[in-house]
Ligand binder design. Sequence first.
Ligand SMILES: [Zn+2]
Length: 64
Amino acid sequence: MAEAAVLATRYGNSVVRLLAHHGFNSDISAVDEAEAKGIWSICPECEYRGAPNSVTNHRKKARH
Ligand SMILES: [Zn+2]
């Protein structure tokens, strides 16, 4: 849960502040950048987005 601790201690539990700190805002989507860099992928069957292994797990759970 290190990421939760970092979020709590450095960003007051605010994901918006975390994203802003890294230069992301409503115009620069971290999700879009992650996808563009191939860090994240999208489920071809629905709109689920996540790390490639998350998408694999999602597809097993969703059975598609
Ligand atoms: Zn899906």
